[in-house]
Design a protein around this ligand. Sequence first.
Ligand code: NAP
Length: 243
Amino acid sequence: MAKTIIVTGGSRGIGAGIVKLLAEENNNIVLNYNKSEEKAKKIQKECTDLGKNVEIFKADVTKREEVKKLVEFTIQKYKKIDVLINNAGISQSKLFTEVTDEEWRYVIDNNLTSVFYMSQEVVPHMIQQQSGCIINISSIWGMVGSSCESVYSVSKAGVDGLTKALAKELGPSHIRVNSIAPGLIDTQMNQDLSEEVLEEIKEETPLGKIGTPEDIAKCVKWLIEDEFTTGQIISINGGWVII
Ligand code: NAP
């Protein structure tokens, strides 16, 4: 049966890859975007041209009121939410000693508070249904830390902590909560990395390549279908980081 799935930050990169794969599977997708309206519309058209069901909804997930509207829209349209994919996020590269209060809050708001808001608005519906699946897109840097990305690493470690805690709290309501922690994925987030750096990372990676949004989307699809995995941090990284 078609599942109703919210994908935050579905307008570009990993989120867009997730939207396309899950739409292909004949699910009802609500693609959330914030700034990239044209890109969101283009993905929606690509999917609807194939007869698939994708709605788009603008909401800044750092704002509680906009998150509420996104969830209300989904419930009004489909009466239920089966899957929440907390994918929206931003990166920041800076020496720790130069991070300002505003920059700290900005990264935490976008990467962690957004997951808190989205999950808190969606979970009551899942508890009522006594079923649900939440997938948080964190990062390898939340697992092992990244030099000059201290706030980003903290925000993603926070996401993984929330994943584990919610898995325990919501398991009895048949709601599974997992994180996917990607390694380097070819998206706009990494557009500033030089060819030289990309080649170095490929050489350090046992599978010898950079990941794609489709690599992450395939894991999302598997986690939705699975029935006995919860509270896990699954790192899709070509073996770049093995712990
Ligand atoms: P991306 O290409 O830069 O896309 C980021 C997406 O997040 C966009 O769709 C953007 O939407 C959305 N977004 C950002 N802030 C938002 C907000 N406040 N409200 C709503 N949407 C917001 O990045 P990506 O590489 O696909 O990253 C997706 C996720 O994977 C992020 O959480 C990132 O931290 C994580 N990740 C990425 C990598 C990687 O190597 N690429 C590695 C590990 C983890 P608009 O453009 O519409 O504003």
